[in-house]
Write a protein that binds this ligand. Structure first.
Ligand SMILES: Nc1ncnc2c1ncn2[C@@H]1O[C@H](COP(=O)(O)OP(=O)(O)OP(=O)(O)O)[C@@H](O)[C@H]1O
Ligand SMILES: N[C@@H](CCO)C(=O)O
Length: 307
């Protein structure tokens, strides 16, 4: 017999995230102050999905909706499905731009189900953060965005066999992430398909050093960010799918501004600081049609409260 759920609702706020940050492919993540808000309620029967904002015209409103799939996967772990569900999404994270929209939907779904199963168990419900992270990673395919989205701040994620693990780190208070968001989406699946199965040992070694330096740079010494954000494992292989963004990264870096492709692209993320170039100066580099978003670091991750 399935688990019995009381009719109840939960609101979950989830941050955008930038993965990789240059050399930390599938490992490093940064939670950003741009949020999707969702409300999931247990009702007597059926499924009702309402979406406003980003993706409203594109995402399905049936069982194939990503957040519904994630919530269903969590309810399965928790002992069974509720009789009916009602979902309302207010989306602000653009889809398919490298800002962790799919991770945000997945994390919102698993956290919402976890809280609905036991609102009194803790801030993120019946499942522990470790369980939520592993389940979200199974659904997303890699742990970097979901770790940052779930836990907030900077995250270093890794796999122990099938289980995802992550630790948080606190980026320096004067770090200012600025996103250059293009109009056109690029799916992570397509961008991952461009990566080679093997890479030169020298490139892997170079990235290991830079990724280690990057954690130091972000937490302790922003002045070494330019060197610390150099990548040889993914950006060049994907450049043909996002030539305008690849060129923008090159131009910003040539001007000593640490810039990387955010996640699988095609957003470009500049990691500046209080005494770095102003947003107006950065906007001067933006190709036509690109939105320039000065952001903050999110330190909370996924936040749930009963509705
Ligand atoms: N809030 C959402 N609700 C429903 N589906 C979503 C939502 N956000 C993302 N998706 C699904 O995920 C797809 C985008 O995922 P994809 O992994 O390609 O990009 P991303 O997550 O925005 O970027 P990245 O993984 O590089 O940071 C969308 O096209 C949509 O199908
Ligand atoms: N590490 C992932 C992030 C995008 O989801 C990638 O670059 O493919």
């Amino acid at each position: 017999m399935g688990r019995a759920y009381r009719p109840s609702g939960v609101r979950v706020r989830v941050p955008a995230s930038s993965a990789n940050l240059g050399p930390g492919f599938d490992a490093l993540g940064l939670a950003l102050g741009l949020y999707d808000d969702v409300e999931l309620s247990i009702v007597s029967d059926g499924l009702l999905v309402e979406v406003t904002g980003e993706g409203a015209r594109d995402v399905p409103t049936d069982e194939s909706h990503l957040l519904v799939r994630a919530a269903r996967a969590a309810f399965d772990r928790l002992g069974g499905q509720p009789a009916g569900l009602r979902l309302s999404c207010t989306n602000r994270i653009p889809h398919g731009r490298g800002l962790g929209s799919s991770a945000a939907a997945i994390v919102a779904g698993v956290v919402a189900a976890s809280v609905l199963a036991d609102p009194d168990a803790g801030p993120r419900g019946a499942l522990s953060d470790d369980e939520l992270l592993s389940l979200a990673t199974e659904l997303e395919g890699h742990p970097d965005n979901v770790a940052a989205c779930l836990l907030g701040a900077g995250t270093i994620a890794w796999m122990e066999g099938p289980k995802a693990q992550a630790v948080r780190f606190h980026p320096a208070a004067d770090l200012v992430p600025v996103a250059f968001v293009p109009t056109q989406p690029l799916s992570t699946e397509v961008a991952r398909g461009l990566l080679p199965a093997r890479v030169p040992h020298a490139d892997a070694a170079a990235n290991a050093g830079r990724a280690a330096l990057l954690v130091h740079a972000l937490t302790t010494d922003l002045s070494v960010l330019l060197a610390a954000t150099e990548d040889r494992l993914h950006q060049a292989y994907r450049a043909a799918a996002m030539p305008v963004s690849a060129m923008l990264v090159e131009k910003l870096r040539a001007a000593d501004i640490p810039a990387v492709i955010s996640g699988a692209g095609a957003t470009v993320l500049a990691l500046t600081s209080g005494d770095g170039p102003s947003v107006e100066v950065l906007a001067g580099y933006a190709p036509a049609g690109t939105a320039v978003l000065p952001l903050t670091v999110d330190y909370c991750g996924a936040v749930a409260r009963p509705s």
